[in-house]
Structures are given as C-alpha cells and as structure tokens.
Unconditional design. Structure first.
Length: 202
C-alpha cells in the first residue's frame, strides 16, 4: 500500500496544496452524511493512518486529534437527512465534500475525491476509486468524516435512547430494524431509505 501515490502525481504536476476529500455515512438509515477535507504536510507520518473502515474505533479517535493538530488545513461538513431525502444520497455526499473543501484555509490547488462520482465538485480535481488506500489525504479525510459522524450519532443516542444509535450509528442492523418496528421512525431518519421497511409493514 502506497499512501502517498496520488499526492506524488499531483506534486509532480505542479500542484502544491493537494487536499483529499471523503465521506462517511452514505449507507445508514438515519442521520446526516459527513465529509472531511484535509491538506496534509508532505509525507507526514501518522501511525495507523488508513481507510477509516480499516482502523479500530480507538485508533480512529487518536488519529482524529492528530490530523486536526498537524494538518495544513482541515474541515468537516455534513448534509442532513432531510436534504438527503430531497436530493438523494449520491448528490448529498458530493455536496458534503464540496462544503468541506470550501472551508479549507488555505484553499487547495487540487482535490483528490474518493470514489468515481464528481458532478458538483467545483475545485480542480480527480476522482480515485479506493482512494483511501492510495492517498494519505483521502485516508485522513475519511477518519475526520467517520469520527465526526460517530460523535454526532452518539449525541443523537442521548436524545433518542430507544433507538440505540450508539451501537449501530444508524446503519441497517437487526437491532435498528427491531427498534424501528417498535417505535417507528425518529425525526432524524431518512424517509427515502425506509421505503422497503414501510412496504413490509403495509
């Protein structure tokens, strides 16, 4: 795994401030989608840095603080569940990444976007499938997005304790569906994601 592969190509092309952008929370039934955007110092060494899904929760928390402390610039943004229902999750995840990048100071010269969709990204950029294993900046952005979203869902677990959001973070687990069956949707559920569940109850 070469975590600086994509940045090195950008630097060779003359770009100085290269940011990575990634999102977390495209799949859950509840809560916002979050995105991170990060410009890292060149070849910054961060132990455990990887795609957020490959890092344990405890190590993600450590990386979260290290990235914020050592990045040239970082930002996190979100798009709420009502907007997700209005514009769909694919557009919402792009919007979240765009919002995060807009907050970066200094602004990036070039952006590396995780995935293969980019409609709505205004910055000079390229997309990268599995970018979080080829770009340290994207990996860092994935950590910021994942940890920020988890923290939000833990707050929502206190507001709506009956759904046990602290356990499943809104993802479609058996426990989550059991709580939906018992209590119905909460104000933070994505109604467009519940159509099959609602059809099954009809």
């Amino acid at each position: 795994m070469k975590l600086w592969e994509l940045e090195e190509a950008c630097w060779a092309a003359g770009y100085q401030l290269v940011c990575g952008a990634d999102e977390a929370g495209a799949g859950p039934l509840a809560g916002p989608v979050y995105a991170g955007a990060v410009i890292l110092p060149r070849y910054l060494e961060l132990k455990w840095l990887n795609d957020s899904k490959q890092v344990t929760p405890r190590r993600r928390e450590v990386l979260f603080e290290q990235i914020k402390a050592q990045a040239v610039a970082w930002a996190v943004a979100s798009v709420d569940e009502k907007t997700i229902d209005e514009i769909n999750i694919l557009n919402a995840r792009i919007l979240a990444m765009e919002r995060a990048m807009e907050q970066l100071n200094p602004a990036p010269d070039y952006a590396l976007i995780d995935g293969n969709r980019d409609k709505g990204i205004s910055f000079p950029h390229e997309t990268a499938v599995k970018g979080d294993s080829r770009s340290a900046s994207i990996a860092a952005a994935s950590i910021l997005a994942k940890v920020s979203r988890d923290h939000y869902m833990e707050e929502m677990a206190e507001r709506y304790p009956e759904y046990h959001f602290e356990q499943h973070k809104g993802y479609p687990t058996r426990l989550h569906y059991e709580m939906l069956d018992r209590y119905g949707p909460s104000p933070i559920h994505r109604r467009s994601f519940l159509k099959k569940w609602e059809a099954g109850r009809a």
